[in-house]
Design a protein around this ligand. Structure first.
Ligand SMILES: [Zn+2]
Length: 205
């Protein structure tokens, strides 16, 4: 693309770094911003820099939060003996939207993927073990994508946690899952949590 302005070119270059945004879309977004009032664009750029500078991760479950302990972990209404293990914050949002789950979460921050060079040490595994060592947890539920990475991660974690006297479950998978949890509709996801099965049983089916 030949740009008539270096400022325009730089802005387009930044936008096209976003996932799923090509140069054409980036240009359209930048031109859209140029048509906005200056205070609106200020607000937009402030929101992004505040997000990056001020966001925190919950010290307990590693979910994205405005405080060092997230609202879910801090709530007295949530069942602390039940931990749902998820890949990232989008899964927490998807499960919260079902209004069917009253436990807490553990956000791994990714899935084991040897192809992408992601190993167990890149994920929040040690802190999960520490949570189990307190003896307060009675059940963990794996709610990970039905992909090779999801399966590998569950297999690894199950090995690490099976000596604890806890119930290890996995959400009913393989029905409407196209892979990623966040794309599952709320009803299906809610039902798959309610009808979760012991992990060992899920392997023999
Ligand atoms: Zn938390």
């Amino acid at each position: 693309m030949n740009f008539s302005s270096k400022l325009l070119e730089d802005a387009v270059a930044e936008f096209s770094k976003l996932p799923g945004v090509g140069q054409k879309t980036a240009l359209r977004l930048v031109l859209h911003l140029l048509n906005q009032d200056k205070p609106e664009v200020e607000k937009f750029s402030r929101a992004i820099s505040k997000l990056r500078n001020e966001i925190q991760f919950c010290q307990v479950c590693h979910n994205i939060s405005d405080t060092n302990i997230c609202e879910i972990c801090a709530s007295h209404k949530r069942e602390k003996s039940l931990i749902c293990i998820v890949e990232d914050t989008r899964d927490v949002m998807a499960i919260e939207n079902t209004n069917q789950y009253n436990g807490v979460y553990h956000v791994l921050g990714g899935l084991i993927s040897p192809m992408d060079g992601v190993g167990p040490s890149d994920l929040q595994v040690d802190s999960l073990i520490q949570r189990l060592e307190t003896g307060e947890v009675k059940e963990i539920i794996f709610a990970l994508s039905a992909t090779m990475e999801g399966d590998t991660t569950i297999f690894y974690l199950n090995k690490r946690v099976k000596h604890f006297t806890i119930t290890i479950s996995t959400i009913a998978r393989g029905i409407a899952f196209g892979g990623e949890l966040e794309y599952v509709d709320e009803v299906t996801l809610g039902r798959s949590i309610a009808t979760r099965v012991p992990y060992e049983n899920s392997l023999t089916r």
